[in-house]
Design a protein around this ligand. Structure first.
Ligand SMILES: [Zn+2]
Length: 260
């Protein structure tokens, strides 16, 4: 599901780039749009940090493996500590705390706050992580062929170049908005797969704090089945079309770039 999450994150990023006003973090240039889209694509992998088997856990070698274990265990502890008697026990933390609207909002706010407080170093660190994840998710075959430290090195170079060449695309509000959009896209993607996600946790619904929100069974698809591949193909096509329009025919999207 990793590549599908990343590609749907890129699609959502391209759509939001045309809809979000600049004061809400919307990009103001073509280059800024692609930074925004890369961050949404990478952030769309973040919720699965609660699963040591996921793409994200393998993205930065041993460091992300350890972080995934810690996240999984913390998420399970949170679930155990807050669940109501009606909530089923969980044997691991997957699809709990990091699969909520609260997580989507908090990660965006934390991104904005860190960039405001620490400036350059925080912006580069956030770009490094999200661009690295975008490389993994959007180009899975390429990054599988190369050692994780080569992909990691490329992410570092891209992050630094973005900060020096396009500082406005790494502003607190732009990075925060892109991270939240990416996480929300992941939640939507998981909702249309079998189990659903506890979108509104810890708000109680029908006596449960971890009520899984899911689509009617007819509309649900099986993760990594043929429907997942179809979704990946559809998102890839959407990304190609929207990217083409962004660069060559922005008027068709209702955008008039002030700069380039
Ligand atoms: Zn997930």
């Amino acid at each position: 599901m990793g590549p599908t999450h990343a590609m749907s994150g890129a699609t959502a990023g391209l759509v939001m780039a045309t809809l979000l006003p600049p004061e809400w973090g919307g990009p103001t240039s073509i280059a800024g749009t692609f930074v925004f889209v890369s961050v949404t694509a990478g952030a769309a992998l973040l919720p699965d940090l609660d699963s040591p088997q996921a793409t994200i856990a393998r993205s930065f070698g041993p460091a992300s493996q350890v972080l995934a274990r810690v996240t999984e265990n913390t998420a399970q502890l949170l679930h155990t500590a807050t669940r109501s008697p009606k909530d089923a026990r969980r044997h691991n933390g997957h699809r709990t705390a990091t699969h909520t609207l609260l997580f989507a909002v908090l990660t965006g706010l934390a991104t904005g706050a860190a960039t405001t407080a620490f400036g350059k170093s925080a912006a580069i660190a956030i770009l490094f992580v999200t661009l690295g994840l975008a490389l993994r998710g959007l180009f899975p075959n390429w990054s599988k062929k190369n050692d994780w430290f080569l992909v990691t090195g490329l992410a570092a170079v891209l992050a630094y170049a973005t900060w020096t060449q396009l500082p406005e695309s790494a502003s607190p509000v732009a990075l925060g908005a892109a991270v939240t959009v990416g996480v929300l896209t992941h939640l939507l993607g998981d909702m249309i797969t079998k189990r659903g996600v506890p979108l509104f946790a810890p708000l109680p619904i029908g006596g449960r704090r971890w009520y899984d929100v899911r689509l009617p069974s007819l509309l649900r698809i099986t993760a990594s089945g043929p429907a997942d591949r179809l979704l990946l193909a559809a998102c890839t096509a959407a990304v190609l079309v929207l990217s083409y329009l962004t660069v060559f025919d922005p008027a068709a999207l209702g955008i008039a770039w002030a700069g380039r």
